[in-house]
Design a binder for this molecule. Structure first.
Ligand SMILES: *Cc1c(COP(=O)(O)O)cnc(C)c1O
Length: 356
């Protein structure tokens, strides 16, 4: 039972499919890793992954779907390089550690400001005051789910006239999404949709075309959009695994079914923790709790460590909190089975009974 924050659990059917196809992909007598990225066999995988993403999300035609490298961290830099033009300002709502990193990169490129000013007390998603974007901002940037702190946007801010950009690395595809609210969104695959090595970008074509042409070609997002993410060699095996995960998502009934499943898992785990409030301390305000990353602490670091170790002895791994926050964190992404979450919830009750 893998509760890792990322790289994270993958759906078993997606892995089994990879196992079955590993030595002979699609009758070619070779693995998908050994195929030319310009050959027919890989091309089918690449376009299938793109069209599955489009259809699962209902993404409008004026959006490009890209498979890039460098992780979400590369996008932290590429977004300002492409869209923070001279004389303009980008506005960020920094709601966690990853947002800090995004802002830091933007400030290396140009004028970028944090509207949220949370002073590192990231226990909630701030209100409209943190999302009052100036009409002439180059773009506005949010982090839809704060992987480290366990907070999540349950409704997205209005940004009339301002291109809204979102880092969705840890909650992309957890539920249906109104893509048209965003000018650009990006997500590293290794949390909710595949292995590490590929980052998914969806962006409006007219927004992409505003990027200056004098930045390095490779870093210009339109370069990759124009080349169908085949400007250079893409991470073929990672894209293949994303394809397998997307097929699984579709077989599960798509994003609406995923949302119902994810909400049930989160409700079960939060209920088990709340039933022992006091023993388990949950820093996040209930209305802003993440459905993907559930964070809590026990009375001491020693007790945190004992909890993690005892859970591991029961087959539950990946529960240690991030090195920056400490405590315990259960990441319950799409691929995490409801039965695992039930087992964890039961373990929480039992541990509290024994040590509370
Ligand atoms: C994990 C994570 C990142 C960093 O992703 P990399 O792919 O390692 O660059 C950025 N943003 C969020 C919200 C994350 O969860």
């Amino acid at each position: 039972m893998n509760f890792s924050a990322g790289p994270a659990a993958l759906p078993l059917p997606a892995l089994e499919r990879a196992r079955d196809e590993l030595l002979d992909f699609s009758g070619t007598g070779m693995s998908v890793m050994e195929q030319s990225h310009r050959g027919k066999a890989y091309e089918r995988v690449h376009t299938e992954a793109q069209s599955l993403l489009r259809s699962l999300l209902g993404a409008p035609d004026e959006y490009e779907v890209m498979f890039l490298q460098g992780g979400a961290s590369a996008l932290f830099a590429q977004v300002p390089m492409n869209f923070l033009h001279h004389g303009r300002r980008a506005e960020y709502a920094v709601t966690g550690g990853w947002g800090e990193r995004a802002l830091e990169e933007a400030q290396r490129v140009g004028d970028a400001l944090d509207l949220a000013r949370m002073q590192r007390r990231y226990t909630r998603i701030p209100g409209p005051e943190a999302h009052d974007f100036a009409p002439d901002a180059a773009y506005a940037h949010i982090t839809s789910n704060n992987t480290l702190e366990g907070t999540q946007y349950h409704t997205f801010p209005e940004a009339p006239g301002v291109p809204l950009v979102a880092d969705m690395s840890s909650d992309f595809l957890w539920r249906p999404l109104e893509v048209s609210r965003f000018a650009l969104l990006y997500a590293g695959a290794q949390k909710n949709l595949g292995p590490s090595g590929v980052v998914i970008v969806l962006a409006r074509k007219d927004f992409l075309s505003t990027a200056p042409t004098d930045i390095p070609k490779y870093l210009r997002l339109a370069t990759h959009a124009d080349a169908g993410s085949l400007y250079n060699t893409p991470p073929t095996f990672a894209v293949y695994m994303v394809r397998n995960v997307l097929l699984w998502l579709q077989e599960q009934g798509g994003l609406a079914a995923m949302e119902a499943r994810n909400r049930e898992k989160a409700a079960a785990l939060y209920a088990a923790l709340d039933a022992n409030a006091g023993f388990y301390q949950l820093p996040v305000e209930p209305a802003h709790r993440s459905v993907m990353n559930v964070v809590w602490r026990l009375g001491s670091e020693d007790l945190d460590a004992r909890f993690v170790k005892a859970a591991e002895a029961e087959g539950m791994v990946g529960l240690k909190g991030h090195r920056s926050t400490g405590g315990v964190r259960a990441s319950i992404y799409n691929a995490v089975e409801p039965t695992w979450v039930d087992a964890l919830a039961a373990f929480c009750a039992e541990f509290a009974r024994r040590h509370g």
